[in-house]
Design a protein around this ligand. Structure first.
Ligand code: PLP
Length: 409
């Protein structure tokens, strides 16, 4: 067991992740395959434990951003298909083939006839069609045909998928995405009419899955919904999804502040009345955005209280003037469920550091009140002028992750 000394950590709820997979599987046709994106360390949740859940689920494949991430997935022992959604360099393609990693064609490959010969395993290639994102893929059938013919000519390559990516699947209107899907379906029909035996067709991200059942094709690629969030709560509310990550820190000091005193770097907050201010052991070096200076909110003793002053690298200050019960050592929720009542400063101090992790995990698992009292990540992200995707990705390795509700425990 790794010791816990600082009371700042995140909880990753693997049962919630498995639940979200089922919710999303129920939204698609039983024949439609599910690919889950685990890039960026599984959106910051830790790729190894997330892969363990995926390996046991009926998810068909995972998606990553780079060859490095794909190899990491294989090192974790994940045996099902892995697709690199970003670019893999020409010289690295034999490595992908050797590890049966599917890749997406990009112009960076240059002349396909001049690419290195793969080993005993063929290279699985997905070709993207650019239907309106202007990021990857062929804009015309003519271009697609030239490359496809070269790919099909090579005995060491297999054409395994054809994709597009939706730019606005979670936008206020579905017009842009609908137009992309129309173009995509049209290009697929043209390829079929030209005699191509089109392999797995995939287009929808979480937003596309939630928005329209006609957009699912043979496979969907979901990310954020699996981790518990709608891509945009205001457009596609998904109350049945359960947030997988919850972040906590603890209070290290409580002080009275008099009118006229300032708080934090730059003296950006001046007290206009007597206040009680608590210091919390988390800052921007943990991935808590500095932009939440004077605008963030945290949850303590069931109350939402404001961040005051600038977020420091390792600490932040909150106004607890209206929380009479608050004490040094109390846990605060930076986002997610309220800290379980069992997490008291006395218990934390009594536990040897090497036992704290298990104690926190077990008490989180048995806590039934936290779910009713939540500081939604979507709300915190919008205060930070960002999206839950970025928030969870940037909670970094300095913050220990505690895994709860593991499938085989
Ligand atoms: C190509 C591709 N497909 C699917 C996804 C998953 O998107 P989301 O997390 O919105 O479901 C991503 C994520 O950015 C992506 O880049």
């Amino acid at each position: 067991m790794v010791s816990l000394y600082r009371g700042t950590f995140s909880i990753v709820d693997l049962r919630a992740f498995a639940h979200n997979l089922r919710v999303m599987a129920n939204r698609v046709h039983p024949e439609t395959k599910l690919l889950v994106t685990v890039k960026a360390n599984a959106y910051g949740h830790g790729v190894a434990p997330i892969l363990e859940v995926l390996a046991e689920s009926n998810v068909a494949a995972v998606g990553v951003a780079s060859l490095e991430e794909a190899l990491q997935v294989r090192q974790c022992g994940y045996a099902k298909p892995v697709l690199v959604l970003g670019s893999v360099g020409a010289q690295e393609l034999p490595i992908a083939a050797r590890h049966q990693i599917h890749v997406t064609y990009t112009d960076a490959w240059g002349d396909i006839d001049a690419l290195p010969v793969m080993g005993s395993e063929p290279l699985h290639v997905h070709t993207a069609l650019d239907t309106g994102m202007n990021r990857l893929g062929f804009k015309s059938i003519e271009h697609a045909r030239v490359v496809l013919n070269q790919i099909l000519n090579r005995s060491d390559m297999t054409w395994s998928g054809v994709s597009t990516h939706l730019a606005c699947s979670d936008g206020p209107s579905d017009q842009h995405a609908a137009e992309q899907i129309r173009r995509f379906a049209d290009m697929i029909s043209q390829l079929r009419a030209l005699g191509y035996d089109v392999p797995t067709v995939h287009a929808s991200n979480s937003g596309g899955v939630l928005r329209n059942g006609q957009w699912h094709f043979d496979m969907v690629r979901i990310g954020i919904a699996a981790y518990g969030y709608s891509p945009d709560e205001s457009v596609l509310p998904m109350p049945e999804l359960r947030p997988v990550m919850h972040m906590y820190s603890s209070i290290t000091r409580i002080a009275d502040v008099l009118p006229g005193e300032t708080i934090g770097y730059g003296a950006t907050f001046t007290a206009t009345q007597p206040m009680r201010v608590a210091t919390v052991a988390a800052g921007y070096a943990d991935g808590y955005p500095r932009v939440l200076s004077n605008s963030g909110k945290v949850l303590v003793h069931g109350q939402i209280v404001p961040v005051v002053g600038r977020i420091c690298m390792d600490q932040l200050m909150i106004d607890v003037s209206n929380v009479s019960t608050v004490r040094v050592g109390d846990f605060v929720t930076l986002f997610g469920r309220a800290a379980p009542a069992a997490w008291t400063p006395e218990k934390w101090h009594r536990k040897p550091p090497e036992d704290r992790r298990e104690w926190l995990e077990k008490s989180f698992e048995s806590d039934s009140h936290g779910e009713q009292n939540v500081l939604s990540l979507s709300d915190v992200a919008s205060l930070a002028m960002t999206i839950p995707y970025e928030m969870v990705c940037q909670i970094n390795s300095r913050v220990p992750k505690l895994y709860v509700n593991e499938p085989n425990s």
